[in-house]
Design a protein around this ligand. Structure first.
Ligand code: GUN
Length: 279
C-alpha cells in the first residue's frame, strides 16, 4: 500500500518545538527576528511572503516585512539590506525571489550577511555544508531530510537518487544525503539511463519541475519518494514531479503535493532563524 508522509503534520510538530524553544529564549531576553523583503507584486511571492509572516507570528518571532514597489532601485534595495544586516533585532534576512529584471539578483543575494542568510543561499553557507561545517542549510533540502527520516527509513548505507541539480534543491540535498551516509547519485536532463538509476534507488528526491514526470514503473518496491515539484497544470490544479496515481497500491512512501515538502520549507526557515538567534 502506498504510504503518504504527511508534511503538514510534521511541519506542525516542528513548529510546536520551535515555539517552545522561542519561549525559552525569550526568558533570556532574546526574541528571534526575521526580516523579509519583497520587491514588486509577483502573486506567488506575495503568497509566500504572507505565509512566512504568518509562520513568524505563530512561533513567536519578531517579524518585519518590507514591501517595496517594483521600480525600487538596486541601490535603495542594497541600502535596506545593509541596514537590516546591522540591525540587532534581525537574526534572519531574506529577499524574496524573483526580483524585478532591472535588479541584479546575484548582487542582492551576495549583499546579505552570511550570518543572517537563513535561506542558506550564499556560497559561505553552501561551502560550509560541502565541507561539513556549521551552516544555514537551505530550507527545502532540510525539510526533505526531515521527511525521509519521518518515514522511518534509515538513510545510512542506502542508495539515494536526486533528480535535478539546482543550487537551492538538487545540489544541497545531495550533500545532505551524503552527510547522512547515503550513496548519492545526481541525475539531470542529460542523464542517459534515468529509469535504470531510479529503479536502483531506496530514496528518490524529485526536483525537476515537470509535472508527473516520474512514474511508478521507475520506482522500486520499498522506496521513499520525496516530491519537491510544484507544477501548475493547464486546469489550474497543482501537480508534483511524481505521478502519484501510478504509485497507488505500491509498497512505497511518498510525500503528497500539496501537503508534503511545501509546509516543511517555511518551517525550516523558522528553524534556521531560531538557530541564528541562538548563536
Ligand atoms: N522564491 C521562491 N522560493 C524562495 C525561497 O525559498 N527563498 C527566497 N528568498 N525566495 C524564494
Amino acid at each position: 500500500m502506498l504510504k503518504l508522509i504527511d508534511g503538514k503534520q510534521l511541519a506542525q510538530k516542528r513548529r510546536e518545538e520551535i515555539k517552545l524553544a522561542v519561549e525559552e529564549l525569550k526568558t533570556q531576553g532574546i526574541t528571534p527576528g526575521l526580516a523579509v523583503i519583497l520587491v514588486g507584486e509577483d502573486p506567488a511571492s506575495q503568497v509566500y511572503v504572507r505565509n512566512k509572516e504568518k509562520a513568524c507570528h505563530e512561533v513567536g518571532f519578531y517579524s518585519e516585512v518590507h514591501r517595496l514597489p517594483a521600480d525600487t532601485s538596486q541601490e535603495d534595495l542594497l541600502n535596506l539590506i545593509d541596514r537590516l544586516n546591522n540591525d540587532e533585532k534581525i537574526h534572519g534576512l531574506l529577499v524574496q525571489l524573483p526580483v524585478p529584471k532591472h535588479i541584479d539578483e546575484k548582487a542582492v543575494i551576495h549583499a546579505i550577511s552570511p550570518k543572517k542568510d537563513v535561506d542558506g543561499f550564499l556560497p559561505e553557507n553552501l561551502g560550509s555544508l560541502l565541507i561539513g561545517e556549521q551552516a544555514f542549510e537551505p530550507c527545502t533540502p532540510k525539510g526533505c531530510i526531515d521527511l525521509i527520516k519521518e518515514s522511518g527509513m534509515e538513510i545510512a548505507g542506502k542508495k539515494a537518487v536526486v533528480v535535478g541539480r539546482s543550487n537551492i534543491v538538487g545540489k544541497p540535498v545531495a550533500m545532505m544525503l551524503l552527510r547522512e551516509h547515503a550513496t548519492v547519485t545526481i541525475c539531470h536532463s542529460k542523464t542517459k539511463n534515468l529509469k535504470e538509476e531510479l529503479l536502483a534507488a531506496d530514496i528518490v528526491v524529485a526536483a525537476i519541475g515537470r509535472a508527473n514526470f516520474i512514474t511508478g514503473d521507475m520506482i522500486k518496491d520499498g522506496a521513499v519518494v520525496i516530491d519537491v515539484g510544484i507544477n501548475r497544470l493547464p486546469d489550474g490544479k497543482m501537480a508534483g514531479d511524481v505521478d502519484r496515481a501510478s504509485l497507488e497500491g505500491r509498497d512505497c512512501w511518498l510525500t503528497p503535493v500539496p501537503g508534503g515538502v511545501g509546509p516543511m520549507t517555511i518551517t525550516m526557515l523558522m528553524k534556521n532563524t531560531l538557530e541564528s538567534a541562538t548563536r
